[in-house]
Design a protein around this ligand. Sequence first.
Ligand code: GAR
Length: 226
Amino acid sequence: MSCRILVLISGSGTNLQALIDSLRARPTEGQIVAVVCNRPGALGIERARNANIPAVTLDHKDYPDRETYDQALMEQIDHFEPDLILLAGFMRILTEKFVSHYRGLLLNIHPSLLPKHKGLHTHQRVLDAGEGEHGSTVHFVTLELDGGPLIVRARIPVLAGDTPASLAARVQEQEHHLYPLAMHWFVQGRLRLIDDQACLDGSVIPPEGLKLEDFNNDLREDSYAS
Ligand code: GAR
């Protein structure tokens, strides 16, 4: 049965675009049934519409508090009956009620090598700390912000002369492989959250997550199969 995927965004949606493009190669496996965005006019909304995906804007500024917004968001999401929800640059802290409601179905992509640099301004913080590498992580969402079980990480070297913008660009290039890979694992039923642990093909993923470079063969457009 085809997996119903819903994507939450706040901005330009380049990760959304990568997910759309990778599903084009295998439309029977899963489909993005809706995109929900909390910022009116975000470029990602246009990307969804160009791909004939229903796009809903739910502006958080129209709601008095986080609880009321997340309640409205849940109602909107549940209307589409998704099997998987992907946070793709959705820049909101989620309430406990929201996270618990979608436990095991909610993935996030975060621009750092988690558990390092949770939260915002990750590229600047890597430069400030003088670190030699950086990257991105896909993880299950749990109640701890950017703290759920790690699934897979992509690394990049930090180069002399790097700026937050140059790091962001190279991190995003990796993200566009990383997130489709994790999504395909989930839609194929290979990736699950079991007893608070991320599992791939029934084996517990180590706490530091898997390495994108170990799955280069899986990244060919026609080959997300096991
Ligand atoms: C991505 O780099 C993603 O990792 C980051 O926002 C960017 C969204 O880009 N997410 C976070 O910072 C979440 N804490 P996009 O809109 O072009 O996909």
